[in-house]
Design a protein around this ligand. Structure first.
Ligand code: SF4
Length: 105
């Protein structure tokens, strides 16, 4: 997929979970200089499936790591974020829309 992120932050304001793997937790906590337990206490929550952890939401519903239009943990962002938009998509993402338009021509 020929996808170029426009850094609009739409996928980071999506209302669903940003699920965390064990390797996501290890990488992000190291990046932030926190123990894994401290990272989980500050930034994670139990997902609604009750079997995985998810990133917390900011009060406005965006991801807790979205700062204006920038991801504060971009180099170590969760695998779910890395697989966007090839494995999941969000309505309103301009880059995904452009990609669909290109594939039709
Ligand atoms: S971790 Fe970064 S890329 Fe992933 S949803 Fe949050 S702000 Fe967006």
């Amino acid at each position: 997929m020929d996808f170029v992120c426009q850094q609009c932050g739409t996928c980071c304001r999506w209302s669903g979970h940003v699920l965390l793997t064990a390797s996501d937790i290890a990488a992000i906590s190291t990046h932030l200089g926190l123990s894994e337990n401290d990272f989980i206490d500050r930034y994670a929550a139990l997902a609604s499936n009750r079997s995985q952890l998810t990133l917390q939401d900011a009060p406005d519903g965006a991801c807790i790591f979205l700062d204006a239009q920038q991801c504060r943990i971009y180099p170590v962002r969760p695998s779910q974020c890395r697989t966007f938009p090839s494995q999941w998509q969000v309505e309103g993402c301009p880059a995904s829309f452009q990609d669909k338009q290109r594939s039709r021509t």
